[in-house]
Design a protein around this ligand. Structure first.
Ligand code: ADP
Length: 390
């Protein structure tokens, strides 16, 4: 399939400070790409270069096969077949909802019957019919956002740019809108380049994620692949792996592992792990959701004991279903439990003072001793250098 947008070795600096350092990827027709990364990583710069609002210092941007941005060539924004929804929506304050949506079509000199049919269809799709006669100032934030999207879709752009489109909405509306918008854009087959710092918004919208850090790309993959196999420590922490243990690579173990002060922690590794020197500094990351708590003495003793009894009574029986080897076990003491509605967020402290989070269905008393049990498959190991590059 021919890509509609190709970004090749794109470089951009501001006053000698690089904001983009050789960014490279392409977008196929009908795809929704979300660019995700922390503030300052270069997302807006990339978006503005694609829109034609800024010029690169090096590399090129090709749209439909044509070079539209290089260090020496800049096709102006209005000649790119691109529309953009800005964070602040930028609606025409003196025009009704209807006229805001019709504006681009009128400029394109579409026939009045085409304009009417098109605008009415968008009003319907975006649930704006009852608001067609209102001015932007008479609309809520969520309604204004829907008008901005309808206006951007009206001229059927080859590429729609969305810049943090939910940032001005409250949380409930944001969750509702991102699901609706992702459904609508897919139904219309729109090609979308979407920029956000919110992983949940990126997950809800994207076919493919481009995860940026410090002007470069850490990972390009499906949202599921980025979540399950984060390519770098910063992708893992951006996508929720907030628990962190530092240690040294332990080459004695059968699989990849690090040795922390109190434990051997095994885990999955990404490409950046290969060639790791034994005893070099490394970290283990895991999500609070991955950890389960077992209180000392009182833990899942029932199940464990039953399995052991079964195994000893029948020596040839298959191994007990509880495969202890597939978990990391970390001795800890409960520090605090905080109510979060459908669960409790619990802080547990290791002997070395590290605080780790986990979730539990009930509060755990401070001081309780036990173990965090974390699947090896959901523990991610990275060389420590990958973190300090940040
Ligand atoms: P993001 O959108 O991910 O927050 P930006 O693209 O806005 O990141 O910024 C990337 C880097 O470029 C940051 O260090 C920022 O301070 C810098 N930057 C962005 N725009 C300008 C500008 N107009 N002038 C100078 N520096 C800028």
């Amino acid at each position: 399939m021919n890509p509609i947008l190709e970004i090749r070795q794109l470089h951009k600096s501001y006053a000698g400070q690089p904001a983009l350092r050789g960014v490279d990827f392409s977008v196929n027709r009908g795809q929704i790409i979300s660019v995700l990364g922390p503030s300052g990583c270069g997302k807006s710069t990339l978006l503005q270069l694609i829109a034609g609002l800024q010029q690169p210092d090096g590399g090129e941007i090709r749209l439909r096969g044509e070079a539209v941005s290089t260090a020496t060539r800049l096709v102006p924004p209005e000649k790119r077949g691109i529309n953009m929804v800005f964070q602040d929506y930028a609606l025409w304050p003196h025009m009704s909802v209807y006229d805001n949506i019709a504006y681009g079509l009128k400029r394109k000199r579409s026939s009045s019957s085409d304009i009417r049919a098109n605008v009415e269809e968008l009003l319907r799709l975006l649930h704006l019919e009852p608001l067609a006669g209102r001015l932007p100032a008479q609309l809520s934030g969520g309604q204004q956002q829907r008008v901005a999207i309808a206006r951007a879709l009206a001229t059927q752009p080859d590429l729609l740019l969305l810049d943090e489109p939910m940032s001005n909405l409250d949380m409930r509306l944001r969750i509702e809108m991102r699901t609706e918008l992702s459904y609508l854009l897919r139904k219309l087959g729109t090609t979308v380049f979407h920029v956000t710092h919110d992983p949940e918004e990126a997950f809800a919208m994207a076919d493919r994620l481009v995860i940026m850090r410090n002007g470069g790309i850490d990972q390009i993959d499906s949202p599921e692949a980025c979540y399950r196999e984060p390519a770098t420590a910063s992708v893992a922490s951006l996508l929720g792996a907030g628990n962190r243990l530092a240690g040294l690579v332990d080459g004695e173990q059968a699989g990849p592992a690090i040795r922390t002060e109190g434990a051997v922690v095994r885990g999955r590794t990404a490409a950046c792990w290969s060639g790791r020197q034994s005893a070099g500094p490394a970290i283990a990351l895991f999500r609070p959701d991955a950890a389960a708590w077992e209180t000392e003495g009182a833990h899942a003793d029932g199940a464990l004991a039953a399995a052991e009894v079964a195994a000893s009574a029948e020596p040839d029986a298959p191994a007990a279903p509880l495969n202890a080897a597939a978990f990391n076990r970390l001795s800890a003491r409960i520090a605090h439990s905080a109510f979060e509605g459908n669960r409790w967020r619990v802080l547990a402290e290791l002997a070395g003072g590290e605080m780790l989070s986990l979730f539990h269905h009930e509060p755990l008393r401070a001081g309780t001793r036990g173990q965090l049990r974390v699947p090896v498959d959901e523990t991610y190991l990275y060389p420590a250098a990958a973190v300090s590059e940040r």
